[in-house]
Design a binder for this molecule. Structure first.
Ligand code: NAD
Length: 470
């Protein structure tokens, strides 16, 4: 299979290329073209040209074009799914789910409308608030959910009237390049350009004078670099960054019901989800049953190559992430009072596989609790009072998501309001919905994507004040 950039509606390759590794084998399986600076410049120039007519295209037509793109994506799920599994590692069923859900969300996110508003009409003046697209959006995505994260950016970015240059992670560029092929067939040239390359390409985008807004999803350290670089041209920026999501279990929770849901929230995609459960706080009374339940599920979880039909969890996506998680496990083992009730080792096979790991009697000072593990290793902590649990949950620079698990939903909602996180679920964890703005408190990000706030973030508000004749 040959993978190409999409620039100005046409396929392009590059002089240079790089290997894409299958994390289930640790072997390269495909070559990806490595875009040059000149190719980025042409992609940006094409997006700027396309912006002139795309911004004037009636909203209903833009919505229809994006729906057409979504249908084109859904039609190719059987072809793109295996590519996503091979480059990312996730089980094929989950890869296909990601593509199918992306198609669905592309359409769902274009149902809302940011309408102009009369903010004053007092007989002397009419004051209107209207919205304009920003221009060219530079979208930069990470390697854990390359398709759905791109879909969110494409949906509102284009729907708002902007055009886009999209750059995937060098670890998982291929499925995104296939998305570019769909754009070639369904959108006017230049409206959506896809270019692959290394981290350097991301840096060229954030400083590029022809790009007006950056939509970045990735790690906190890179997010800080993006913000610094974008300041040179005062680009609008949204940063969707890492998390260290707490799940707080209350005494009245139904342990049999919640345990599988917490497990899923922690181990889906081998724990490589920004909004995964990354630490669990449980009261004394439920502590042992919860640890036992999570341990049982972890032991039964089928880990393997995502192309094998029975696989429930794949490998870590890359060697760097594998080493990081193994290093956290080694550090955990130095704390003599903790219990690793299952896992705690890599699998004896090629590829970046780590056994699902549950860590009981974890303490606040452990790196596994303080840092974002982004892997299949879950610490479970004991708490004495709910206030104590909330204080410890908030004692972090992260603030992406959190959850409260209880039978008393309204009490759960009240506790949720005391947690410093962009999304807090009651009796649920993980997921995004077209009408729910998503983003983080503190160092988990800046701004919101998705929902009305997300749509507004792709537009510039403008005030028009008109005198009225008496
Ligand atoms: P990363 O920050 O290493 O890379 C993300 C993207 O940024 C990649 O495309 C990369 O090539 C690019 N990049 C790297 N250096 C750059 C630079 N200097 N300028 C511009 N772009 C640059 O992140 P990752 O390791 O790919 O992803 C994992 C992280 O992403 C985790 O921390 C996770 O929590 C976070 N994440 C957040 C969300 C969210 O919505 N909040 C969603 C998914 C992942």
């Amino acid at each position: 299979m040959r993978f190409t950039h999409t620039i100005d509606g046409k396929a392009e390759t590059s002089e240079r290329s790089f290997d894409v590794i299958n994390p289930a084998t640790a072997e390269p399986f495909a070559k990806c073209p490595d875009a040059s600076r000149e190719q980025l410049d042409r992609a940006v120039a094409s997006a700027r040209r396309a912006f002139q007519s795309w911004r004037k295209t009636p909203l209903a037509e833009r919505r229809a074009a994006i729906a057409n793109f979504a249908h084109g994506l859904a039609k190719r799920v059987d072809e793109i799914g295996p590519v996503l599994t091979k480059e990312q590692g996730k089980p094929l069923g989950q890869a296909k789910w990601e593509i199918g859900t992306s198609a669905h969300e592309l359409e769902a996110m274009c149902k809302m409308e940011l309408k102009p508003e009369i903010i004053r009409n007092d007989g002397k003046h009419r004051v209107e608030l209207v919205y304009h697209p920003l221009g060219v959006v530079g979208a930069i995505t990470p390697w854990n959910f390359p398709i759905i994260l791109a879909a969110h950016k494409i949906a509102h970015g284009l729907y708002a009237g902007n055009t886009m240059v999209l750059k995937p992670s060098p670890f998982t560029p291929l499925a995104t390049l296939l998305m570019g092929e769909v754009a070639r067939d369904t959108l006017p040239p230049g409206v959506l350009n896809t270019v692959a390359g290394g981290n350097e390409l991301g840096g060229w985008m954030t400083e590029h004078p022809g790009i007006d807004r950056i939509s970045f999803t990735g790690s906190v350290p890179t997010g800080k670099k993006v913000m610094a670089s974008a300041s040179g041209t005062l680009k609008r920026v949204t940063l969707e960054l890492g998390g260290n999501d707490p799940a707080i279990v209350l005494e009245d929770a139904n342990i049999d019901e919640i345990t599988p849901n917490i497990f899923r929230g922690a181990f889906l995609n081998a724990g490589q989800i920004c909004m995964a459960v990354k630490r669990v706080y449980a009261p004394e009374k439920l502590y042992e049953p919860l640890v036992e339940g999570l341990t049982k599920l972890a032991r039964a979880h089928r880990v393997g190559d995502g192309m094998e039909p029975d696989t429930e969890m794949g490998p870590l996506q890359n060697k760097m992430q594998f080493d990081k998680v193994m290093n956290l496990i080694e550090d955990t083992k130095k704390h003599k009072d903790v219990r690793i009730t299952t896992g705690g080792h890599q699998l004896n096979r090629p590829g970046y596989f780590i056994a699902p790991t549950v860590v009981a009697d974890a303490t606040d000072d452990m790196r596994l609790v303080k840092e974002e593990q982004f892997g299949p290793v879950l610490p479970v902590l004991k708490y004495k009072s709910v206030d104590d649990a909330v204080r410890r949950a908030n004692d972090t620079r992260f603030g992406l998501c959190a959850s409260v698990w209880t039978n008393d939903y309204e009490r759960g909602a009240e506790i949720a309001k005391t947690i410093e996180a962009g999304t807090v679920w009651v009796n649920h964890h993980v997921g995004s919905e077209a009408d729910m703005p998503f983003g983080g408190f503190k160092e988990s990000g800046l701004g919101r994507e998705i929902g009305m706030l997300g749509l507004a973030s792709y537009m510039e508000p403008q005030v028009i004040k008109v005198p009225l004749r008496a």
